[in-house]
Design a binder for this molecule. Structure first.
Ligand code: PMP
Length: 389
């Protein structure tokens, strides 16, 4: 059975062109960028070349504003804890939307345990941040607000430019987690008015093990990792040059191909949504139009997401249910609860994220597998037999 991989938000294959480019940094071009000999200088050059490509990718002011980290999680921790702790004189309040990734929410909660006030900004039923609530929940003591560019579970794209105006009117730093959005839609930190931006290599078809944090010139942070002072003292630890060189190359390639690929995926995605919504008691989650082009998310009444995932895997089709990053818990997704779903509704979710390997020809196979899976699981569901939710 041919594999149909529909879980690109969890992990992506490395682009073969990226692998070819970065492979020598694992073997003969390995080197520590801090070493002063020629091999070390070669490694340093690779990191600086990658920084240039990343600067262009998000239209940052200059290369100095890019800090490489080991992951998006680490960049989120550095952005939030780093700004809050360094700027404590400005106040001890932080805010984030209710649908942020757990690495943002847990960074905020950790600050809360250490004496900060953490205000959560609600979203509407499509996942859009409520601008009125955002305005009223930020006080003169708020240091940093974190709103994601687009949500990984429901695909909703936030109005970042408008949010930036509201946040900046109050003199607060805006951190944006663009892990789900970067590479799918254009992200321009200067045009969007962003102070801190997180994204990761693997979400650009680059290797696992690298992330990046953009820091607008003038924004001051305290490091989270202490050591040898790499990355302008903000992220100590020997650089993962294979992943960093790969991330730079991946960003350049994806930027060149984004418009064409996003249009291609949008066509497949739209057709998939049309087909899957034909199934009884099936609903789209997230925004119907303001959503990432490769993203489709649903909920099915009376059945469990975990069972859908395992049944779909028997067709050799990989999907996700809720956040891949916290799928070890059986708690319903905090994102689906935040858009107003009841616990039992949030349990029946399925998330599809398309990528380069997907084609229009796969649609009938996917639709058939989803339809049969839902029918099979509903037959087994006592809730469905009673006809109640
Ligand atoms: N932010 C968002 C929006 C994500 O979807 C993810 C997971 N891909 C992360 C942050 C964390 O990424 P990682 O687990 O690679 O650190």
């Amino acid at each position: 059975m041919k594999r149909i991989y529909l879980d690109h938000a969890s992990s992506m294959p490395v682009d073969p062109r990226v692998l070819e480019f970065a492979k020598p940094y694992l073997t003969k071009k390995m080197g520590n960028p801090s070493s002063l000999h020629s091999v070390g200088l070669g490694a340093k050059q690779a990191v600086e070349d990658a920084r240039k490509k990343i600067t262009k990718f998000i239209n940052a002011e200059n290369e100095k504003s890019i800090i490489f980290t080991g992951s998006a999680t680490e960049a989120n921790n550095l952005a939030i804890r780093g700004t809050a702790l360094r700027n404590i004189a400005r106040g001890k309040t932080v805010t984030a939307s209710a649908i942020e990734h757990i690495s943002v929410l847990n960074s905020m909660k950790n600050l809360q345990k250490n004496g900060f006030i953490f205000n959560v900004i609600p979203v509407d039923s499509t996942g859009i941040v409520d601008p009125g609530k955002l305005d009223s929940l930020m006080t003169k003591n708020t240091v940093v607000t974190s709103i994601m560019y687009a949500n990984n579970e429901i695909g909703t794209i936030e109005p970042i430019k408008k949010i930036s105006e509201i946040v900046h009117d109050k003199g607060i730093y805006l951190h944006v987690d663009a892990t789900a959005a970067a590479g799918r839609i254009p992200v321009d930190v200067q045009n969007d008015g962003i102070d801190l931006l997180t994204f990761s290599s693997n979400d650009l078809y680059g290797p696992q093990g690298a992330g990046a944090l953009y820091i607008k010139p003038g924004v001051k942070l305290q490091p989270v990792l202490l050591g040898g002072g790499q990355e302008r003292g903000l992220r100590s630890g020997t650089e993962n040059i294979f992943a960093i060189a790969g991330m730079g190359e991946a960003a350049g390639i994806i930027q060149n191909e984004m418009t064409q690929e996003s249009n291609r995926l949008k066509k497949i995605r739209n057709k998939l949504i049309d087909e899957i919504l034909q199934i009884d008691e099936t609903y789209l989650t997230g925004h119907p139009t303001k959503r990432l082009p490769h993203h489709a998310s649903f909920r099915f009444s009376h059945i469990e997401g975990e069972s859908i995932l395992l049944n779909m895997d028997m067709y050799n089709i990989q999907i996700a249910t809720g956040s891949a990053c916290s799928s070890k818990t059986l708690e319903p997704s905090h994102v689906l609860l935040a858009i107003g779903l009841k616990h039992e509704e949030a349990h029946g979710s399925m998330v599809i994220t398309l990528g380069r390997s997907n084609t229009l020809e796969e649609i009938p196979l996917i639709t058939k597998a989803v339809t049969e899976t839902v029918q099979r699981l509903r037959k087994l569901s006592p809730l469905y037999q009673k006809g109640g939710d």
